[in-house]
Ligand binder design. Structure first.
Ligand code: SAH
Length: 258
């Protein structure tokens, strides 16, 4: 990295992971062997190198910062067949346009874009074989949260509806250059064969938005506009959003009109 004189830019959320023990560990739990991997934000390519060394058939690396390209091109000289470098903003790219399916997504993402990107990928879950993503621990806790906990919210419901989600391990902030302010967690998301309960995505978004937007209110008030007969659905109207299971949210989604 110093050879290529890449100084971390805060605006791009740059915190580089250069410890090969950690990048190898991520590559192993990402099950990259023989798969097509899309890596978002490779930076100078520490994790990219581990993905290739651990047997990825192909790595498509999408990086926005042109300063990182020299380091990535050097790596490519060793992996000319398997490493494809795309200079682009991951927020504006349709992954199915640049890769055959299914693909395996791996990313140590800038924190400001990690959640919107994840939501976009969940909408295309059928194209994805696995996601292995590094988040700030607080976001990781929300992804895996169970009902009736503080961290349980829309992100927990939508993510677990579609995927088996696990926090694999935490990474101390000092492992990054420069260190971020918070602890990070590596999370694996394995798409389910089918969603955990039937529901339409947009309707599920609508009910979870309404319920969690007023998460301290009872459901009879936060869901009022849907005119649902909650008791007939077996749902106590005095409960709050955080008390409902994912199955119950799906049941609500199936009961609302367009
Ligand atoms: N994965 C590398 C770098 C992590 S830092 C490592 O683990 O060391 C995050 C990286 O994401 C940076 O290289 C940054 O330039 C890149 N990045 C930030 N926003 C991006 C975007 N919108 N699209 C693609 N890459 C982005």
């Amino acid at each position: 990295m110093s050879k290529h004189e890449i100084y971390a830019k805060r605006s791009l959320g740059q915190h580089f992971l250069l410890d090969t023990n950690l990048t190898d560990k991520i590559a192993r739990i990402a099950n990259v062997k023989g798969s097509t991997v899309i890596e978002i934000g490779p930076g100078p390519g520490g994790l990219t190198r581990s993905l290739l060394m651990n047997g990825a058939k192909k790595v498509i690396a999408i990086e926005k910062d042109p300063r990182c390209l020299a380091a990535l091109l050097e790596l490519q000289s060793f992996y000319s067949e398997s490493l494809i470098i795309v200079e682009a903003d991951a927020m504006n790219i349709d992954l199915s346009q640049i890769s055959s399916k299914p693909f395996n997504i791996v990313a140590n993402l800038p924190y400001n874009i990690s959640t919107p990107l994840l939501i976009g990928w969940l909408q295309k879950i059928k194209s994805i074989s696995q996601m292995t993503l590094t988040f700030q621990k607080e976001v990781a806790d929300r992804l895996v949260a169970s009902p009736s906990t503080k961290a349980y919210g829309r992100l927990s419901v939508i993510t677990q509806w579609l995927c088996n989600v696990n926090i694999q391990f935490n990474i101390d902030s000092l492992a990054f250059v420069p260190p971020p302010k918070v602890v990070s967690s590596v999370v694996t998301l394995l798409p389910r064969n089918k969603p955990s309960a039937p529901a339409d995505w947009l309707k599920l978004e609508k009910v979870t938005y309404a319920a969690f937007n007023q998460r301290r209110k009872m459901l009879r008030s936060s869901l009022k506009k849907f005119n649902l007969d909650l008791p007939s659905l077996g749902i106590n109207p005095t409960l709050r959003a955080e008390n409902l299971t994912i199955e119950q949210f799906c049941q609500l989604a199936r009961s609302i009109r367009d």
